[in-house]
Write a protein that binds this ligand. Structure first.
Ligand code: HEC
Length: 168
């Protein structure tokens, strides 16, 4: 009993003593936003393709986003929504070059809905990590103004370009 207690206590200490770096994942963006550890497991909101950059993209959503998308309640997206955009250079399929596939990884970026915290940028917190080593983008927290400025083009769809893909 006593041994179990000690074991549990030391486990507790070990967990609480974990430094921030041991949370894993890349360094936070200059505005303090972290890349959610489970983003790779999120579900699809929509694919997209940029003809000016020849990039293949996948836009994924966390559970809150997926629930809102399925319920058709995305104008506005609810608090707690996180959308992630994963970007790759296009690459022809080795065996069937007419098919374009995701090639080299370019970046991942996210938008976090928190109306209070990010009131200055339309209720969305922005962050981006570049390349395979996921280097945080932006010199200081002001980088989000650049994101917000372009996303203001679609203010009428809650600053989101992507609409959930239509499914049968
Ligand atoms: C010059 C315009 C422009 C700028 C600047 C920009 N975006 Fe976007 N963003 C877009 C467009 C267009 C899309 C639509 C999907 C695509 O790119 O294929 C998009 C999509 C997104 C998405 C997926 C959800 C959605 O709205 O469609 C996220 C997340 C995102 N951008 C984050 C960011 C972040 C973070 C920054 C700043 C570091 C940023 N964006 C800067 C134009 C821009």
């Amino acid at each position: 009993m006593r041994a179990t207690g000690i074991a549990l206590l030391s486990l507790g200490l070990a967990v609480s003593a974990l430094p921030a770096a041991a949370e894993g994942g890349p360094a936070p963006a200059p505005n303090g936003i972290r890349l959610p550890a489970d983003y790779k497991d999120w579900r699809l909101i929509s694919p997209s393709y940029r003809t000016d950059k020849n990039h293949v993209r996948a836009i994924l959503g966390n559970d809150t986003a997926i629930q809102a998308a399925r319920a058709g309640k995305t104008l506005p997206w609810p608090d707690g929504t996180v959308l992630a955009k994963l970007v790759w250079k296009e690459a022809p399929h080795e065996r069937f070059p007419a098919a374009l596939e995701p090639g080299e990884f370019v970046h991942v970026e996210i938008m976090v809905r928190d109306n209070k915290r990010y009131a200055a940028t339309g209720g969305w917190g922005y962050a981006r990590w570049l390349g395979k080593d996921l280097k945080p983008y932006g010199k200081d927290a002001g980088f989000a103004q650049e994101c917000h400025a372009c996303h203001t083009l679609v203010q009428d769809t809650d600053h989101e370009f992507t609409r959930p893909v239509s499914l049968p």
